[in-house]
Design a protein. Structure first.
Lengths: 293, 223
């Protein structure tokens, strides 16, 4: 598939993110898929993000495939045990999904079904090993599969985690467990990200920098205060403030585009992952400003 | 020890509304340390029941409420008081309650406590959970700190992305288990071990309920 080939050949990739709807009305999701499919290399479909119950990621992936988009199946360990995860992976493969992003998943306490039993039978590192095993024709218990998968499996990393070293050790375990690419938690400080990349370049994996579009100075402060692993530098907050309320979003789009341009031109990493969070419509404009369209 | 908490008295009275005469059984082990099953707790509950117009025929704190035969022997001295009651109240953990259920097949037995967790006492009557009796101890791989219990996700290979300045995403009051493990292993110069070991997925069949163990069986074979 194009995403994997492009990434492996060393080309700069662009991925975006679409959250399946809470309900059966898929009109908006289809609109976003159609809007993004020719402008990005792959679209991530989130797996009940923030532990808020929604349509599953697989349905989003299948609909994307039907419309000619390349999906990345996000898969968390929160809601399924090892039987459920493997079963869904086989099903996803049969439906044409080729990219999977393995993650632990936000705890149920963050979501809208706080009474739910969190599963975490396995976790992200072990899920990567499971995918590797399915790719080699065996299930987790060592049983032969009638037909193996050929997933391109990725994982996530938080370059701004504090303390950082335990996060890096986990990153190394994910590499060892078979991760081929990483999509990072949102980054805003490119100089600091370069430091992370200096470290990550020692490993044979592709790094796709996560970017969350800033809508206002208030949002930036919220990210700093409440979202683990995200640090928006003061100068960006000042820039958004200086833009004033009406121009804040425009400035946010500019910041995102500027970062994309720099990451690509200086060949800092292997691609960008744009998390628009409700502003998927703006992604083409960001890419245009970044000179990618 | 097993940490217990007194049930809400109103809820307890609702459970007991059809009974009049009670015998109270505490426990001198965990429930005494928790203050839920010692002599004082028995005295308090006796007073509270009396104030509600109930009758208490007697009470006793056995040495170890989960020890079935020992408790049976100790309770022989209370044969008459026990015969008089129409309900037995157990003021220890769920195990203690089920000792009484086994010993008194013809009497209703009710718990006065909720059983919470296996805990360490850090200060007087202050407890925290460090072991969840999973059946397959991995403390040898995690610097002696249990992530199965002290990480809300039970992660086995390092912190998740929800860690923030050493705290857990679930609550800022919870220290990140994996940051604690990391710091301890670093101090012990064992970071390399953490780095290179991928801890395999747990074998949850080791915790398949209900579990039984006959420790002497093995000894016999060894002899």
């Amino acid at each position: 598939m194009a995403f994997r080939e492009k990434l492996e050949s060393g080309e700069f990739v662009v991925t975006a993110e679409v959250g399946p709807p809470k309900g059966t009305d898929i009109e908006e999701m289809i609109h976003h898929i159609d809007l993004l499919k020719d402008k990005v290399d792959a679209i991530n479909f989130t797996d009940n993000q923030s532990a808020v119950m929604r349509m599953n990621s697989l349905a989003g992936c299948k609909i994307a495939l039907e419309r000619g988009a390349e999906p990345i199946l996000q898969m968390t360990c929160r809601d399924r045990n090892r039987i459920g995860l493997q079963s869904d992976l086989l099903g996803a493969y049969a439906l044409g999904v080729r990219n999977v992003l393995c993650m632990t998943g936000d705890h149920v306490s963050a979501g809208d079904h706080k009474q739910a039993k969190p599963v975490y039978d396995v976790e992200s590192v072990q899920l990567l090993k499971i995918v590797d095993s399915l790719n080699n024709g065996k299930d987790m218990a060592g049983n032969d599969l009638k037909g193996a998968t050929q997933f391109f499996q990725g994982a996530v990393v938080t370059p701004e985690a504090n303390p950082l070293e335990p996060q890096l050790i986990k990153f190394e375990k994910k590499v060892k467990a078979g991760a081929k690419f990483f999509q990072t938690q949102a980054i805003y400080d490119i100089e600091k990200f370069k430091e992370f990349m200096k470290y990550a370049r020692k490993y044979p994996v592709k790094i796709i920098a996560g970017l969350v579009v800033l809508k206002s100075a208030g949002m930036a402060k919220f990210l700093n205060n409440f979202v683990p692993g995200i640090v928006v530098p003061d100068e960006l907050i000042e820039e958004l403030k200086a833009a004033g309320k009406e121009k804040a979003l425009d400035t946010g789009l500019d910041i995102c585009a500027r970062h994309i341009r720099q990451l690509k031109e200086e060949a800092i990493c292997d691609g960008v992952h744009i998390m628009a969070i409700g502003m998927e419509d703006k992604v083409p404009e960001i890419l245009e400003r970044a000179g990618l369209l | 020890m097993i940490i217990t908490k007194k049930k809400d008295f109103k809820d307890l009275m609702e459970n007991l509304k059809n009974y009049q005469k009670f015998f109270l059984i505490g426990c001198s082990e965990c429930a005494s340390l928790c203050g839920t099953g010692n002599e004082e707790a028995i005295k308090e509950l006796t007073e509270a029941l009396t104030a509600e117009g109930k009758e208490v025929t007697g009470g006793f704190v056995p040495k170890t409420g989960c020890q079935v035969l020992g408790t049976k022997k100790e309770l022989k001295a209370f044969k008459e008081q026990l015969a008089e009651t129409d309900c037995i109240l157990v003021m220890s953990c769920g195990a203690g309650t089920q000792t009484a259920v086994e010993l008194f097949p013809d009497k209703p037995v009710y718990p006065t406590n909720d059983s919470l967790f296996l805990g360490n006492m850090t200060r007087f009557q202050m407890f925290d959970e460090r072991c969840s009796l999973c059946g397959e101890c991995i403390l040898d791989k995690t610097g002696g700190i249990c992530p199965v219990t002290t990480c809300p996700k039970g992660l086995l290979n390092g912190p998740c992305g929800g860690m923030q300045e050493g705290h857990c995403e679930v609550s800022p009051d919870i220290p990140c288990a994996w940051v604690r493990i990391y710091e301890r292993m670093k101090k012990l110069d064992k970071l390399e071990e953490f780095r290179v070991t991928i801890v395999e997925a747990k074998d949850w069949s080791q915790g398949q309920k209900p579990r039984t163990l006959y420790a002497r069986e093995k000894k016999k074979k060894e002899e």
